[in-house]
Design a protein around this ligand. Structure first.
Ligand code: F6P
Length: 324
């Protein structure tokens, strides 16, 4: 392998830039050429490539988003689209790829790799932490810290006005962000898709805490949770079935995906980039790099996509005890 291409695809996440930097510099360290591919799969098909050397990634380790831009592509789902990408890669002399993104990115990359026998390694970049084969995806730690900071601020208003706040956090179909930030932000209840609390139990629990002397409360709601799916209906229901609280909703939205990556995400991104490039140089392909027991490990892309991440039930219990 002489020339490695790197791209980011799907939703951006803090730490993607740090991972690009690591891939580029690991290539430079091993005297390999590195090519940045812009706009994810779109850029593969249009040939939006740029040579990157160690200096071209200066000053990005601390930046959120992705300097290579990101996109979701329909055309890459077709054989014709992927063929265009393959021809562009051949023309540019690129003989392996590092793909940074989530499960959609890995699915496209894996299909492409199998179709054309092209070496690929994936780096999991998403705030959702919904990828099997790594305890942390890139951006998960930063997003949690961002959300906790937001909850702390909302708490000031909640306690000043005796309010009950439902705070909706991202995570797509999983509750990893919600569960951790709920504990860290001192939430009364945490609604996650993996555990069905039910409206009656929620209201019961809020009433109990009201009677125990609490004058304000925060409930963290994962966007993928069944009751939380329409958070404004949830608010109306609680308004009608509870007394004594002024109820408000705060949907945090895309601010959760931005901002400088945490120290943890920068270190993780640097480790993942080194492992990805060195795995390609060792002749490995169709794997994702991940963090397991504080070691960099490889998981087949197929397993990373199909495997389910699990919720740590101990955390739910801790949350219950803390809201006594
Ligand atoms: O996967 C990252 C994520 O931010 C999810 O948490 C969220 O459900 C989704 O992307 C939002 O996607 P979009 O940026 O297309 O609105």
């Amino acid at each position: 392998i002489k020339k490695i291409g790197v791209f980011t695809s799907g939703g951006d996440s803090p730490g993607m830039n740090a991972a690009i930097r690591s891939v580029v510099r690991t290539c430079a360290y091993h005297n390999k050429e590195c090519i940045g591919i812009y706009q994810g799969f779109e850029g593969l098909m249009t040939g939006e490539f740029e040579v990157m050397d160690a200096r071209s990634v200066k000053g990005i380790i601390n930046k959120g988003g992705t300097m290579l831009k990101s996109a979701r592509s329909q055309e890459f789902r077709s054989h014709e689209g992927r063929k265009k990408a393959y021809e562009n890669l051949k023309k540019a002399g690129i003989d392996a790829l590092v793909a940074i993104g989530g499960d959609g990115t890995f699915t496209g990359t894996m299909v492409f790799s199998k179709e054309f026998g092209f070496p690929v390694i994936g780096i999991p970049g998403t705030i959702d932490n919904d990828i099997f084969g790594t305890s942390h995806t890139l951006g998960f730690d930063t997003a949690q810290n961002t959300v906790v900071e937001a909850i702390d601020k909302i708490r000031d208003t909640a306690s000043s006005h005796n309010r009950l706040f439902f705070i909706e956090v991202m995570g797509r179909d999983v509750g990893h962000i919600a569960l951790n930030v709920g504990i860290a932000g001192g939430a009364e209840e945490i609604l996650i898709p993996e555990e069905d609390l039910g409206l009656d139990r929620l209201v019961e629990s809020l009433n109990r805490s009201r009677k125990s002397g609490k004058s304000s409360s925060i409930v963290v709601v994962a966007e993928g949770d069944k009751i939380g799916k329409n958070i404004f209906e949830l608010k109306d229901y609680v308004d009608q079935n509870m007394e004594g609280y002024d109820v408000r909703v705060s949907v945090l939205g895309h601010m959760q995906r931005g901002g400088p990556p945490s120290c943890f995400d920068r270190v993780l991104a640097s480790r993942m980039g080194v492992k990805a490039v060195e795995s390609l140089l060792e002749g490995k392909s169709n794997f994702m790099v991940g963090l397991l027991n504080n070691k960099m490990e490889l998981t087949p892309l197929e397993k990373a996509i199909k495997g389910k991440t699990t919720i740590n039930l101990e955390l739910l219990r801790v949350s219950d005890i803390m809201s006594t």
